[in-house]
Design a protein around this ligand. Structure first.
Ligand SMILES: [Mg+2]
Length: 383
């Protein structure tokens, strides 16, 4: 049997200046920036990415783990993941996992493409061929009123087919309540609404606002606290009548284990481009399932994470229970050219998104398509 060995790894630092800044309770985004990585093996190319610290991840990939995995069997992503984590064994921090995530995503993608099957099939087969979605917005604004235009923005999402939203809150207590009142007044009680505090609250403030949320029927409240405040999450998780969601900032399955063991989470949100890639996402998903918790991928940044996450979300069984179906798939509804690398993302008229059954993630990408956004490139190969 011929082994499809890894021949080449390319890194693309991509950037896109945003026409309008977006804000949450702690950050303002003026550009989108990510590291997109391709892995070539067996005559095919697979794609991965990471986004939180793209330059640091590139340094780790080109200087350390990239050269070490050249020649490795791309049809064995778990074995390569094991060799990468051993190589970086002194450091289990976020940046280590970001670098591993980008490579591991690309390796799984190329492994599936070599076998001419979708990533979901390569992982055992999709359980769902389409998924419910939510529009991940509106965001806060940078002007004098951070909460401006949220109602008309939601009207725009609904006109595009979305039937659930997740707005950013946490800038001001009274304004949080006021905008939720406006949303319920305008759209009624049936619109599924989630809220994201983006790590912006103290334990005290989180307790205050979570105490008010049951009146608004919020589906889940995301990241009220900083991601490593396990005690704080445990306290909120056992007290809050509104389910708490978190996980996008955690790297490695053991960090998820700690929060889940503390009864802190009702919804588990790994980011495949940060948590350790497809390999680690699968472990986290199994951990969530073992605890009866919905696992909902965090999706931000570019089409690469969108396409990969869609394949992974399709592996989860439909949640049993009342109300809005879980798992639900996060879609960035804001203007973002890096989310359109594979064409515009569209939802069906019932708010669902179809899961592609094409080779790999189904994303059609090459260096030329990335070139308008590519600020720098590097590679390692077997020459
Ligand atoms: Mg979030």
């Amino acid at each position: 049997m011929t082994v499809p060995s890894i021949e080449r790894i390319d890194c693309f630092q991509v950037r896109w200046p945003m026409p309008e800044p977006l804000a949450n309770s702690i950050s303002v985004f003026r550009e989108r920036a990510a590291l997109i990585v391709s892995v070539t093996a067996g005559g095919k190319t697979g794609w991965g990415e990471t986004w939180a610290q793209p330059l640091a991840a590139e340094t780790i990939i080109t200087g350390s783990i990239g050269p070490a995995i050249l020649g490795a069997d791309a049809s064995a992503p778990r074995a390569i993941w094991d060799s990468m984590i051993r190589l970086l064994g002194r450091d289990r921090s976020g940046i280590t996992h970001m670098a591993i995530s980008a490579l591991d995503m690309a390796i799984w993608d190329v492994a599936a493409r070599i076998e001419d099957m979708s990533l979901a099939r390569r992982l055992g087969g999709a359980v769902q061929s389409s998924l419910p979605t939510y529009a991940s917005g509106p965001f806060l604004k940078t002007g004098s009123d951070p909460y401006a235009d949220m109602v008309p923005e939601i009207e725009g999402y609904l006109a595009r087919g979305f039937n659930a939203v997740k707005l950013r809150l946490g800038a001001d207590f009274r304004s949080d309540l006021k905008v939720l009142e406006q949303i319920r007044m305008r759209f009624g009680d049936d619109l599924p609404v989630m809220v994201d505090f983006n790590q912006g609250l103290t334990r005290l403030d989180a307790g205050r606002i979570l105490g008010e949320l049951p009146a608004f029927g919020i589906l889940f409240a995301e990241e009220p606290l900083q991601p490593d405040d396990t005690e704080g999450y445990a306290e909120l998780g056992t007290r809050s009548a509104t389910p708490i969601a978190a996980g996008e900032s955690l790297a490695g399955v053991r960090r998820f284990k700690d929060l889940i063991a503390a009864n802190a989470l009702a919804v588990v949100q790994p980011d495949v481009a940060l948590c350790g890639g497809v390999t680690e996402y699968m472990r986290i998903a199994a951990l969530g399932e073992a605890h009866g918790l919905p696992v909902v991928p965090h999706v931000w940044s570019t089409s690469v994470i969108h396409a990969t996450s869609l394949q992974l979300a399709a592996l989860a069984p439909k949640g049993r229970g009342y109300g809005f179906p879980m798992p639900t798939f996060e879609i960035d509804p804001t203007p973002n050219a890096l989310m359109e690398l594979g064409g515009k993302v569209a939802v069906n008229s019932d708010g669902t998104i179809d899961v592609p059954d094409k080779p790999g993630t189904g994303l059609d990408l090459d260096a030329e398509r990335l070139s308008p956004f590519t600020k720098s490139r590097s590679f390692v190969d077997r020459q």
